[in-house]
Ligand binder design. Structure first.
Ligand code: FMN
Length: 287
């Protein structure tokens, strides 16, 4: 059987992490991936605290294997989420969109394995210094939020690998065994896959969203809201017009939290309302 630092860290069979994704990765997807030997992650970023607790409990009932929860650190009810994760003894937490120094120690003291998502060597080092057990290095190809540096996966992975000693998990544009093989040749010890898992039966998005993933071709996604918070979305006329309106906005803590609060309320991706949803996909979605 294949083992490396990532399989050993999480206690899994394959170094494949299913990314935490708002709207898409609830207990059904997370438990299916964990049961198959990878690491399933519940995406807490679109869940009210009571919803998160119920997903964790259902996931525990559906799998005896390790699983995790992803929390974007700028989530409005962050402290409630953290309390629930600790009370429910979730084995792994993947933090993103924030400073790894703020909460890593709290999770580690509770016996939780902590992984932080970064888009540069600088933040990889910061995560290592904060005591994280591993990092996800996410390149510009990734669906969802992107680093401001716009560094591609091909460039990012060797740079981050040279910068830190903790295991590097590659993300961004990875959906096949060949792509996994490529990033592992660059020094990654595992992969975090997002967009590909959106298309799975167990993902909680509407079938329209799943078809959009399967039908999207090269060039069908674009980076939007570059100043406010860069995010890779499927190109759509209506949403692009809305993004253009917010084009000049710059990031403040207040408008970021308002933006996340919108995610929690927004059911467009689960209802399949094509016009309203800001559907996030990787840069390259045909496999
Ligand atoms: C629909 C969707 C929702 C996402 N939501 C989150 C999220 O809530 N938190 C987070 O850290 N990353 C989120 N991401 C990024 C993923 O966790 C992951 O790192 C990324 O999808 C990897 O790139 P790939 O889509 O090319 O596989 C999201 C991505 C997608 C496609």
């Amino acid at each position: 059987m294949f083992t490396n630092r990532v399989t050993e860290l999480f206690g899994i069979d394959y170094p494949i992490i299913q990314a935490g994704m708002i709207w898409a990765s609830g207990w059904k997807l997370a438990s299916a991936v964990s049961n198959a030997g990878g690491l399933g992650i519940i995406g807490a970023g679109s869940m009210y605290p009571d919803v998160l607790r119920s997903h964790i409990q259902k996931c525990k009932a559906a799998t005896s294997r390790p699983f995790g929860v992803n929390i974007p650190l700028l989530y409005p009810d962050l402290e409630q989420h953290i309390r629930i994760i600790i009370e429910e003894q979730v084995p792994v937490v993947v933090t993103s969109a924030g400073n790894p120094k703020t909460w890593t120690r709290t999770f580690k003291d509770a016996g939780i394995t902590v992984v932080h998502v970064v888009s540069s060597s600088k933040f990889a080092l910061k995560s290592q210094d904060a005591g994280c057990d591993a990092i996800v290095a996410e390149g510009f190809e990734a669906g969802g939020h992107n680093g401001r540096e716009e560094t591609t996966t091909l460039v990012l992975i060797p740079a981050v690998k040279n910068a830190v000693q903790i295991p590097v998990i590659a993300a961004g544009g990875i959906a096949t065994g060949r792509q996994m093989f490529a990033v592992m040749a660059l020094g990654a010890e595992g992969v975090q896959v997002g967009t590909r898992f959106v298309a799975c039966e167990e993902a909680s998005v509407h079938p329209h969203f799943k078809s959009a993933v399967l039908n999207a071709a090269e060039g069908d996604t674009q980076l939007s809201l570059k100043k406010l918070t860069p995010v890779r979305l499927l190109k759509k006329r209506v949403f692009s017009a809305r993004c253009r309106k917010r084009k000049g906005e710059v990031l403040t803590r207040a408008n970021w939290q308002a933006y996340w609060a919108g995610h929690v309320r927004n059911g467009a991706c689960t209802k399949g309302t094509w016009k309203r949803g800001n559907w996030r996909l990787a840069r390259q979605v045909r496999w």
